[in-house]
Design a protein around this ligand. Structure first.
Ligand SMILES: *[C@@H]1O[C@H](CO)[C@@H](O)[C@H](O)[C@H]1NC(C)=O
Length: 531
């Protein structure tokens, strides 16, 4: 009798979760009632906590949602103050904010990881409000926060996670497992999950390609502006960063974990900024950004996924032939970072000056090849002229080297392994707050200028922008629903090469950039091949 009652209750609960239209933004999240907020016509927004963890420990599911404000945008993970931080911070930051149309059932799910170089950003970052795309795309969108920086990727040597320092990635796995078990509560389908991200959020998706525990938790992937040149870091690099970081005065006298855990989050972040100022070493695989990354060679990520994509897709945790992939870039990815390093216009430069700049950015071996040996004029700074040639050339070079060209090469490899892959290039964007006032971004599509278009959140869109954004949302929604992004967007093929053939132009002038053949990855190697 008791068993039968239990069975009936369970069955009723199941039917309710699956079929009942969501009314008043109240749902059953597991056994608890969670009441969200109507964030736009026909869309409910719910913030839920998916993980709890002591500092540097692996997260586990929280016992309950008690104390969580489902209607609020949650605190961000600890980070420096920047335009990406629009809320308070807390180490208790393992939240996702879910946007779901009312009366949803069995809808596709878009699980999105925001960007910020692994050290900044989160659910509250500008433009990451998914109410419009959940509605227009008729899908459930979950924006997921994971631990950042030192708190996500660099535990002290005495922590048990030091041998497998990927707390940020295991956070993501826990979030995706939570989606598997609970997303039907808001009308999402656990079998129709696409994971996506922008910038370091896209790198998270790439890390998950190499994470055995993530296998089966999603069916498709979207990488927007993933800095593919940078593979994940080796444990050797992690340990170099670790010894430099924990030698700082904030940790003086600490030898046990309890002591390291008493250091304030503010001091942890200050020391992290200091680390970035001293440790960057492009000749030895510690890049300008992001200098803190997931580590490979540990149980969570046995093989480096970028390297696996290039040399041996069989070493990935997923099988390309069963996981379609969408990869996009923006036209001028590097103009923001180049202008951060070189603050104002620089005209012509001698080879010696150019070499010295490249040496500090990507190390002497490759600087030497680019300036003196590889005999390709595309990336040569003119030796005469008084325009902005130096920064323009550098921006072109870094865009191609870090983003555009590895995207095409790796997309070709994915296709060769039987994967369905679509490649696009944003030729139009909307200036992201990080880029407003950046002189080098005027007339360009800079890194992150795809965020507003992806979420249809431009602060004051023109008719042209609205048309453009609607096209992007329609394409993303079609892909997330399981088809081609549009009838005019063909899959990339292993024979497409890097010239731009097979790359879909998104907005603007209708063109796509070209990459040189037999250059990046052969004459000049990528970080993921070297370190
Ligand atoms: C929209 O604006 C972009 C510049 O951002 C321009 O290149 C494009 O041609 C415009 N599209 C239309 C349809 O006017």
């Amino acid at each position: 009798m008791i068993a039968l009652l239990y069975y009936l209750v369970a069955l009723t609960g199941f039917a309710t979760a699956l079929c009942a239209p969501v009314t008043g933004c109240s749902i059953k999240w597991g056994t608890e009632t969670v009441t969200g907020t109507a964030s736009a016509t026909g869309v409910c927004r719910y913030t839920v906590k998916y993980g709890s963890a002591a500092r540097w420990a692996t997260a586990t599911s929280p016992a309950s949602q008690t104390g969580v404000s489902a209607t609020a945008i949650p605190p961000s993970c600890p980070q420096i103050s920047s335009v990406l931080l629009a809320t308070t911070t807390s180490e208790d930051c393992l939240y996702m904010t879910i946007y779901a149309p009312t009366s949803a059932s069995s809808l596709p799910v878009f699980a999105f990881f925001p960007g910020g170089s692994n050290i900044m950003g989160g659910i509250a970052s500008p433009g990451i409000d998914a109410s419009a795309i959940a509605k227009a795309g008729n899908m459930v969108v979950a924006v997921i926060q994971t631990r950042l920086g030192v708190l996500g990727y660099l535990p002290p040597a005495v922590a048990s996670t030091s041998s497998d320092p990927n707390m940020g990635v295991t956070d993501a796995v826990l979030a995706l497992s939570t989606i598997q078990s609970k997303i039907s509560a808001v009308g999402g389908s656990a079998t129709k999950v696409t994971i996506g991200g922008q910038s370091s959020g896209a790198s998270m998706v790439r890390a998950l390609m190499g994470t055995p525990a993530a296998k089966g938790l999603f069916r498709q992937m979207i990488l927007q502006s993933d800095p593919l040149n940078y593979g994940l870091q080796s444990l050797k690099i992690m340990s170099t960063l670790q010894s430099t970081y924990y030698a700082q005065s904030a940790f003086a006298g600490c030898s046990d974990l309890a002591c390291f855990r008493k250091v304030s989050a503010a001091d942890i972040i200050t020391a992290q900024t200091n680390l970035g100022n001293v440790v960057i070493d492009p000749s030895n695989g510690i890049p300008w950004a992001p200098f803190l990354r997931p580590s490979y060679g540990a149980a969570t990520i046995p093989n480096e996924p970028t390297n696996s994509l290039y040399y041996n897709t069989g070493a990935l945790a997923i099988s390309p032939s069963s996981v379609p992939l969408l990869i996009t870039n923006v036209k001028d990815e590097a103009a923001t970072s180049v202008s951060q390093i070189f603050g104002s216009k620089i005209g012509a430069a001698s080879n010696a000056v150019y070499y010295s700049a490249l040496n500090s950015l990507i190390g002497g071996t490759r600087a030497n090849q680019i300036v003196y040996s590889a005999s390709l004029t595309d990336y040569q700074v003119p030796t005469t002229g008084s325009g902005d040639q130096f920064r323009e050339t550098l921006s072109h070079l870094v865009t191609d080297f870090v983003w555009r060209c590895p995207a095409r090469t790796l997309a070709g490899k994915y296709a060769a392994a039987g994967g369905k892959v679509y490649v696009g290039e944003f030729r139009q964007g909307v200036t992201y707050p990080l880029n407003s006032g950046v002189d080098l971004c005027v007339g360009k599509v800079c890194h992150m200028d795809d965020v507003y278009p992806t979420f249809d959140t431009s602060p004051s869109p023109s008719a042209n922008t609205t048309t453009f954004e609607n096209g992007i949302i329609a394409a993303w929604a079609k892909f997330i629903a399981g088809s081609a992004p549009s009838s005019t967007w063909s899959a990339f093929s292993s024979g497409s090469g890097v010239s731009g053939t097979g790359v879909k132009s998104l907005g603007g002038d209708g063109l796509v950039g070209s990459c040189p053949t037999e250059y990046w990855g052969s004459k000049v190697e990528w970080d993921f091949q070297m370190f």
